[in-house]
Design a protein around this ligand. Structure first.
Ligand SMILES: [Zn+2]
Length: 232
């Protein structure tokens, strides 16, 4: 059983033997840490960050015993059918906790959604994200049920490594969902107003198919580019 005694990386204890173990594991997982010399330099920290980017929105460059980065680093099976970085993003994203839905958003969208939610709360509503990111598989189900007009949406955008990077969020009042009360209470209108204060595009403005709960970071004309960048 391999192990490390103390932390390795940014502001870590960086004991020589621990650094050697981390460097060896990084190399085995195809994240080159520079020379395997027991010295934690820029190349090793860079490799830790790259490795963390597969499952953390904000890599901190630090490996600590017993913590998630270490657990993933020493997990066996580099050729598992579902890569470790994608495991946590499996399943029905509508059921994720609010914090995880926020993490599934594009970093430029995230603070705007936080601001919209806070503003709506201030106005007496009980807003929540229904969907942040969702997989292409879920999108196809929604398409087949007639809940959406598109097979690829801004919700499906992802980084080239397959982890979420949603350009859109669906926001509802947790008391109303999509019921008539969402309209008569003024929730949809308020959502549109607060979204626009954050320079977001609101689905309630669209002619024809009004997508009341939907807000997105960029214009509809960007969809093709974002699909390409997602590798889809
Ligand atoms: Zn939407």
């Amino acid at each position: 059983m391999i192990g490390i005694i103390a932390s390795v990386g940014v502001n870590g204890k960086n004991h020589r033997n621990d650094v050697l173990v981390v460097q060896t594991l990084l190399k085995a997982k195809a994240y080159p840490p520079g020379p395997i010399d027991g010295v934690c330099g820029d190349a090793t920290i860079g490799a830790i960050c790259k490795f963390q980017a597969g499952f953390m929105p904000y890599p901190d460059g630090l490996v600590e015993p017993g913590r998630p980065t270490w657990m993933r680093l020493c997990a066996v099976g580099g050729h598992a059918p579902v890569p470790a970085r994608l495991l946590e993003w499996q399943g029905d994203s509508a059921l994720w906790p609010a914090e995880k839905k926020l993490r599934s958003l594009h970093p430029r969208l995230r603070p705007k959604i936080v601001a919209v939610l806070a503003a709506l709360k201030k106005r007496g509503f009980q807003p929540k994200i229904f969907y942040g990111w969702r997989s292409v598989a879920v999108q196809l189900q929604l398409f087949q049920r007639g809940n959406t007009k598109v097979k690829f949406s801004f919700h499906n955008a992802q980084k080239p490594d397959g982890t979420p990077l949603s350009y859109a969020a669906d926001i509802v009042d947790s008391r109303f969902g999509w019921d008539a009360m969402a309209q008569s209470s003024g929730f949809w209108k308020a959502l549109g107003e607060e979204a626009k204060k954050e320079r977001l595009y609101w689905g309630g403005d669209w002619a024809g198919f009004r997508d009341w709960a939907h807000v997105q970071l960029v214009e509809n004309s960007e969809l093709g580019r974002i699909k390409k960048e997602s590798g889809l």
